[in-house]
Design a protein around this ligand. Structure first.
Ligand SMILES: Cc1ncc(COP(=O)(O)O)c(C=O)c1O
Length: 408
């Protein structure tokens, strides 16, 4: 039954290629089902999912508690708009605010919308609270950033692929090198309203800044009355072994930007969380979203917050992450040049003389492990936090085999 003629995958890939814009370059895998850390393709082949929807699937595919919450809500009500309050809203917002240690949250849908929300709130705070002259607000961001795909967000991307041909660009952003506090200090002006950064840069290759960098960012923000905004969309909600990656730096930002795993891999749910003196600047009519904070999103997101409140997933990520990193570090000198990351999140630089990241991911997929390349010869590993030690061993064994094969 393994005759290529009998497989559904090639036809499905050809149809997708024919009818969709080519804004992605997916691996040639057509997934039909998923459970926990595993997915099954249309031809019955199983794969360990070591991308986990770019960390949107921190709790694995179809986590029973999340699916039950979604099913129960589907049988009650799914959408009201924010013109009315629904009975899932208050509890979701309260528990998420408590998880973040902040007074208020503002729910949206996608990560990019939450980043846009953070930008708008920072600007308004700058004008109304800090006293920046109208239209002069500046937000400092880091080179190598990835915060989403809207026209404003790509305006401050340093990746030509993400940015070129999409101008004219939104002004008001200043780019500094990531991890260099002297450069940040020099870039702050009286008009700076916020510093917006990822605690670990995911898309850039899981880059961890030098120890002490974010403590310095916090100190500079305090000194100059600037909001520190942490984009934890990919790094947050258990991925690095803590609820928020910024906790590793021992500092608390003024605003968290959350997404991805907040929707449990079921629905898009994002949010910003901040204290009343910041998020309270918004008044009715100034910002919103038809689907933001809808009943289904709140039911699933509420269950996500309950799962995180137990601390179980953060602990799994911390413990299993040590194992993952130990196994990956042992590959340095055997086809791997460097390994970065925290918890169950790793950027692995493959020797470019052996393989591109894309080739490595194609070979891994052929061996039943799904991962994603980024920039050249780097691959990103981010298994669901429900992954087991044996599954980690299996995936790293496959990577070792891919690297060994490439030597021949
Ligand atoms: C750090 C970070 N911010 C923002 C986003 C954008 O999120 P979304 O794709 O849901 O708009 C992403 C997505 O990868 C991200 O990694």
């Amino acid at each position: 039954m393994t005759s290529v003629d009998m497989l559904r995958t090639p036809a499905e890939l050809a149809e997708a290629e024919r009818y969709t814009a080519h804004n992605y370059h997916p691996l040639p895998v057509v997934i039909a089902e998923g459970e926990g850390a595993w997915v099954t393709d249309v031809d019955g082949r199983r794969y360990l999912d070591f991308l986990a929807g770019y960390s949107a699937l921190n709790f694995g595919h179809r986590h029973p508690g999340l699916i039950a919450a979604a099913h129960a809500q589907l049988d009650r009500i799914t959408l009201t708009s924010r013109a009315f309050v629904h009975d899932q809203f208050a509890e979701f917002c309260r528990t998420l605010a408590e998880l973040c240690g902040k007074d208020l949250v503002l729910p949206m849908n996608t990560g990019a919308e939450a980043v846009e929300t953070a930008i708008k709130v920072s600007r308004k705070w700058g004008y109304r609270v800090k006293g920046v002259p109208d239209g002069q607000a500046e937000i400092i961001v880091a080179a190598g950033n990835f915060h989403g795909r809207t026209t404003t967000i790509v305006s401050f991307s340093t990746d030509p692929e993400a940015k070129a041909d999409f101008g004219p660009y939104t002004p008001g952003f200043v780019v500094v090198p990531y991890g260099d506090e002297t450069a940040l200090g020099a870039a702050i002006t009286p008009n700076t309203v916020a510093v917006l950064m990822e605690p670990i840069q995911g898309e850039a290759g899981v880059l961890v800044p030098p120890r002490g960098y974010f403590a310095a960012v916090r100190a500079l923000c305090d000194e100059h009355n600037v909001l520190m905004v942490a984009d934890e969309i990919q790094s947050g909600l258990g991925r690095t072994g803590r609820t928020f990656a910024i906790e590793h730096e021992g500092v608390v930002p003024d605003m968290y930007v959350l997404g991805k795993a907040l929707g449990g891999g079921v629905v898009p749910v994002s949010a910003v969380a901040a204290d009343r003196d910041v998020l309270g600047v918004l008044k009715p009519g100034e910002h919103g979203s038809t689907f933001g904070g809808n009943p289904l999103a709140c039911a699933v997101g509420g269950e996500v917050v309950r799962l995180l409140a137990t601390g179980e997933f953060q602990q799994r990520s911390a413990e299993l992450g040590e194992h993952l990193h130990a196994r990956l570090n042992a590959l340095i000198g055997h086809g791997v040049i460097a390994v970065r990351g925290r918890g169950l999140w790793a950027g692995v630089d493959i020797d470019p003389a052996l393989l591109t990241g894309r080739q490595a991911c194609e070979s891994l997929a052929a061996r039943g492990v799904l991962a994603k390349d980024t920039h050249g010869s780097t691959i990103r590993l981010a298994p669901p936090l429900v992954v087991t030690k044996d599954e980690i061993d299996h995936a790293v064994d496959q990577l070792a085999a891919v690297l060994a094969d490439s030597h021949q």
